[in-house]
Write a protein that binds this ligand. Structure first.
Ligand code: FAD
Ligand code: NAG
Ligand code: NAG
Ligand code: NAG
Ligand code: NAG
Ligand code: NAG
Length: 641
């Protein structure tokens, strides 16, 4: 993109952001039309993508998006006057959850957030904008078995790549910036013009390159572009930010404010979708009614839909809406006193998220670089200069980096000589009668479809884990300021959790049971990952700085039992990437939606958000949520054209 067109786009983006609230936004039921062709539940990352595409494709059909949160165009938690090193003192609206204790992780609870705002989690996230590897999406097809192989709609890498490309506008860094940091990229991974921006910061911390050198010393190879399907090795990762303003780019701008006015596109804020209702029960023909609650006065009303309903409320809330609608595990719904509409044991089951422990160290040799993150906290002049630089056009300086722009992604065969044993153990769990089932959540353990689906997932993952190009560890980094840490992301957890309505208060937040570590192979893989990451300390670069390990430490690492205890007690249980709670898998394998994203056994109802991912991808999840929204929209547009 030329400088001039970027400048015009950015002015447009800021102007529309400033001019909200606008006439398209509704706050009262009285402002709504009598009925809508399409209702999208949740103005989040996927939901707003779908709403934008449908309202553009069908000017004579009406689209209503119903959102719990409010409109809030704050650039984000990582922009001035705060940044990621300074905590999150004033976040835009988010829900925060504490999971049930995890018995296999020393009873720790997972701390998780979810955006509760127009834009959803894209408006509150860390802006790290990677994609999974090709194998992550190929696995979505593999778990579908022969049934999905026979469908014309495919969600493998080739089937989703066009939507990744369409979903963002990538801007190349300037030559000067690229040379300064050695950024590499390949534009052939991109090509879209949607105003959701992917770009590189014009600033990196003074010590950013150190871990890059360390990874090379550990034998990892740089990948020139990691969004093109192949990402095993050392990666540069762009951020979801505007190339010129440095501000967060999110769904509420790119799929709402920037595409208005559009007379057929309405957004109702501060309303909770309670459930969908089929007035004639399971035999009902046509789309359901949508029952909505006003947060202002608790008033309940129904919205009439003539086309279809798309639920895009995110991995924690999509299953709550389905469960309140009588669509879910029959035994759970019976215990909740909710009449059964469709028995789908996968609703709110199959919960997965990234987690893992850190390896931490200090430096004993002088460690002096220009511009380390603590300068923002310790030097008021530097900080005010940094804020002025961020407000400059084009913006520059430390506030242009969100969570960082680099990470390693390492496969099991490149990480540990024991990879074969790990893969064998997964296969053995899958193939030993009753064993896989015994690791599933208790309330679905006896469901033949859930067990079949879990076995298919285990066999699919075992196969991919053997592939040296399939990353199973991620470690992001932006700076190695002391005490430094390399965090071990378990990219493909085998443990499965649940999201269930809180029966004491079903309209409130659901109960999250992460069940982290319940499949013991997750612990085996984490042991290998931590041992691999400790290799950081042995590299010439780290030795040169006298890097001194703080945790887990050589004594702990040398002892399996102690290291296991370290993993169980020191892991972060969520890196904020929940998924898979309304999985796209065959119904006979515990799936909730098919490849067309239609909810099995329910008419006029689809799901489009991170819930439909059957297996967690080896990536932060926002780019996948956008791509799901894009492909969902295309499927719906074809169905109604
Ligand atoms: C703190 C945090 C940091 C993250 N960091 C990164 C990162 O750096 N990089 C990355 O790629 N990903 C990151 N993620 C993950 C990523 O942002 C999400 O996976 C993705 O945005 C989810 O998209 P979604 O469409 O599934 O749901 P969301 O975008 O969360 O949208 C769901 C929407 O539904 C609304 N809603 C829920 N229930 C109801 C209801 N009953 N009625 C009406 N509306 C409802 C919500 O308010 C929300 O707006 C992060 C997430 C969080 C929370
Ligand atoms: C976890 O909590 C349970 C129930 O309170 C208790 O029985 C168990 O010993 C605890 N486990 C650990 C490791 O603390
Ligand atoms: C960039 O790469 C060159 C050539 O490999 C190297 O000399 C230089 O130190 C690198 N700079 C950074 C910041 O990594
Ligand atoms: C919505 O419609 C259903 C089915 O007709 C009905 O049972 C329910 O009471 C309605 N809800 C409201 C708030 O009117
Ligand atoms: C690490 O180094 C910092 C800065 O020198 C120091 O404050 C801290 O106590 C050290 N921590 C440990 C565990 O050695
Ligand atoms: C604080 O930052 C200013 C501006 O970058 C710089 O000139 C000054 O030397 C810094 N002060 C210290 C004590 O580092």
């Amino acid at each position: 993109m030329g400088f001039l067109s970027a400048a015009i786009l950015s002015v447009a983006a800021l102007a529309t952001a400033a001019s909200v609230p606008n006439s398209k936004m509704k706050r009262q039921v009285s402002q709504l039309r009598s009925d809508y062709d399409f209702v999208i539940v949740g103005a989040g990352t996927s939901g707003l993508t779908v709403a934008d595409r449908l309202s553009a494709a069908f000017p004579s059909k009406t689209v209503l998006v119903i959102e719990y949160g409010n409109i809030h165009f704050a650039p984000g938690v990582f922009d001035p006057p705060t940044n990621w090193m300074e905590g999150i003192p004033n976040p835009p609206p988010s829900w925060t959850f504490s999971s049930l204790p995890n018995p296999d992780m020393n009873n720790q609870t997972a701390f998780v957030m979810a955006g509760q705002v127009v834009g959803g989690s894209s408006a509150t996230n860390g802006q790290f904008f990677d994609r999974g590897s090709r194998f992550d999406y190929d696995a979505w097809l593999d778990v579908g078995g022969l049934e999905f192989a026979a469908k014309s709609i495919k969600w493998d890498w080739n089937g989703i790549l066009p939507y990744f490309k369409k979903s963002v506008t990538f801007t190349e860094p300037s030559q000067a910036v690229a040379q300064q940091y050695n950024y590499t990229w390949d534009v052939s991974a991109y090509g879209g013009t949607t105003p959701i921006y992917s770009s590189y910061a014009t600033f990196q911390w003074g010590d950013q390159h150190i871990l890059g050198e360390v990874w090379k010393e550990m034998g990892l190879n740089p990948q020139a572009e990691c969004a093109g399907g192949d990402k095993e090795g050392i990666c540069w990762v762009p951020a979801s930010q505007h190339p010129l303003t440095g501000r967060r780019s999110h769904a509420a701008l790119g799929h709402y404010a920037d595409v208005l006015p559009r007379s057929n596109y309405d957004l109702l804020v501060q309303h909770q979708v309670v459930r969908v209702v089929y007035p004639n029960g399971p035999k009902h023909h046509g789309p359901p009614l949508v029952e909505v609650r006003s947060l202002a006065d608790d008033h309940l009303f129904n919205v009439t839909v003539t086309g279809e309903v798309v639920i895009s409320a995110g991995a924690f809330h999509t299953p709550t809406i389905l469960q309140r609608s009588g669509i879910g595990p029959a035994s759970f719904l019976a215990s909740a006193g909710i009449s059964l509409v469709v028995d789908l044991p996968g609703v709110g089951s199959n919960l997965q998220d990234h987690g893992g422990p850190p390896v931490t160290w200090n430096y004993t040799q002088p460690y002096i670089f220009d511009h380390l993150p603590d300068e923002l906290a310790n030097n008021a002049t530097y900080k005010s200069e940094a804020i002025a630089a961020f407000d400059d056009t084009p913006s520059h300086g430390p506030y242009t980096i969100a969570m960082g722009n680099s990470a390693i992604y390492v496969s099991l065969p490149h990480m540990t000589p024991t990879w074969c044993t790990i893969v064998q153990r997964i296969r053995q769990i899958a193939l030993t009668p009753g064993l896989a089932a015994s690791y599933l959540p208790e309330d679905i353990r006896t469901s033949p479809s859930m067990v079949a689906g879990y076995i298919a997932q285990l066999l699919t993952l075992a196969q991919h884990f053997s592939n040296p190009a399939f990353p199973s560890l991620e470690t992001p980094w932006a700076t190695s300021v002391a005490p430094a840490s390399a965090v071990s992301f378990l990219l493909h957890p085998l443990s499965r959790g649940t999201v269930r309505l809180n029966l004491a208060s079903p309209l409130d937040q659901p109960i999250l049971d992460y069940r982290s570590g319940s499949n013991p192979v997750d612990i085996d893989i984490q042991l290998a990952q931590v041992r691999f990451l400790r290799g950081v300390l042995d590299t010439p670069t780290m030795q040169g700085y006298g890097a001194s390990e703080i945790a887990p430490g050589a004594a702990v690492a040398a002892d399996d039992a102690l290291l296991e205890e370290y993993v169980r007690s020191q892991s972060f249980l969520s890196f904020q990437h929940p998924c898979c709670t309304a999985a796209m898998m065959p119904r006979s394998r515990g799936g909730v939606v098919g490849v067309d994203l239609k909810v099995y056994g329910a008419e006029g109802l689809r799901v489009a958000d991170m819930s439909v991912s059957p297996l967690l991808v080896g990536s932060h999840t926002s780019s996948t949520a956008y791509a799901i929204g894009e492909k969902a929209a295309d499927i719906i547009i074809q169905a109604w054209s």
